[in-house]
Write a protein that binds this ligand. Sequence first.
Ligand code: SAM
Ligand code: SF4
Length: 429
Amino acid sequence: MMMDLVIQDKTHDESRQGEALILEPANGKNSGRKLYIESYGCAMNFSDSEIVASILSDQGFETTADYNMADVIFINTCSIRENAEQRVRNRLREFTIAKVRKPDLIVGVLGCMAERLKSKFLEEEKLVDVVVGPDAYRDLPSLIGRVDDGQKAVNVLLSREETYADISPVRLNSNGINAFVSIMRGCDNMCSFCVVPFTRGRERSREPLSIIKECTDLFNRGYREVTLLGQNVDSYKWNPEIEGQESEVGKVNFANLLEMVAAIHPDLRVRFSTSHPKDITDEVLYMIAKHENICNYIHLPVQSGNSRVLEMMNRTYDREWYINRIDAIRRIIPGCAISTDIITGFCSETDEEHQDTLSMMDYVQYDFAYMFMYSERPGTLAAKRYADDISDAVKSSRLKEVVAKQQQHSYIRLQAQLGKVQKVLIEGF
Ligand code: SAM
Ligand code: SF4
């Protein structure tokens, strides 16, 4: 069936939403307490859960896949669309029932919903004992201590520096082959529809040698593929002349970082996500072409194919710019797979403008796409400036057209692979 043939981007894996993550207990450090941690959203959030597990494993926590066995339940949340938030709320209600049975059970909300909904969770709904934002995970042991003493505990402060560079994340539910490595946090782009700059704070890059060390350790432990993660990897920037960026290496941009990771070993495959069309440079494209172990795959979210809508979205590129970047990819890395994100029914989008998105899809013939109806998020620029004036029925019928087109293109792109010989990394049975 055609649906089964799409190439999956792993950075927002629908099948992993709500997955409970488990790890082996740390040797000799057993506090007798069990942690259950469930994650939603993008790969960045799943990667953050590994940092949380690492911090708590150092405190002697074990993990469990059954929340009924847990002493601490954490839910690592996503705010990107309204339905992502709704899913988390429903789940929290189930955990409350567990709390009635076991009153000293600690329930905590981590991640992107923390800042906006902290008072709601703690005071109004009284569902939750701890609320912790994405930059405050180092504080978790003391926050748990405060709850043990009978208080509620909150830390949703966002940081300009925190990258957890020195924390070696434990790998949760890993197949031992693919790993995500976070290279930066936050986002400075302020796309008008997006909550990320508010929930995850300012953009900051992680010290490059700590990234190389983590990837080298992974390779030595048998991992054969790393995906470098950031909201906008092309703006990765390390510059020791900037205060606070001390390091043994000089200036490093994303192309340099790719080369450093690729040099770890020819058998280590290197992937990355997400690229922003305004920032992806020819230097990065040439670097991908130069190294066989950097996978020929770019996730380049277009959002819309119409320049007026793109301007309202504050994406800072227009249709022509995006097409220029696609042409550069095709020229410099022939055969490179390209995937995208598309939003249908953004504020005031007309039918003709929607047609521009469809024609952009025809131009690129994406291998894969994440496709969404616009969901207004409180506090974003779009929520403040523009009316969410496209009806759900229109958003949804536009989405159906986009999805149908993407299925055709995924099929065509896979047909083009027939008869070709490719080097394959076997990830499991
Ligand atoms: N930083 C990446 C970028 O700029 O492409 C992606 C970040 S976001 C986690 C992933 C995708 O969610 C976006 O590319 C966008 O398509 C979608 N998205 C974000 N906010 C949305 C909203 N309010 N409604 C619908 N989709 C949204
Ligand atoms: Fe959100 Fe835009 Fe930043 Fe991506 S680049 S995280 S869409 S603000």
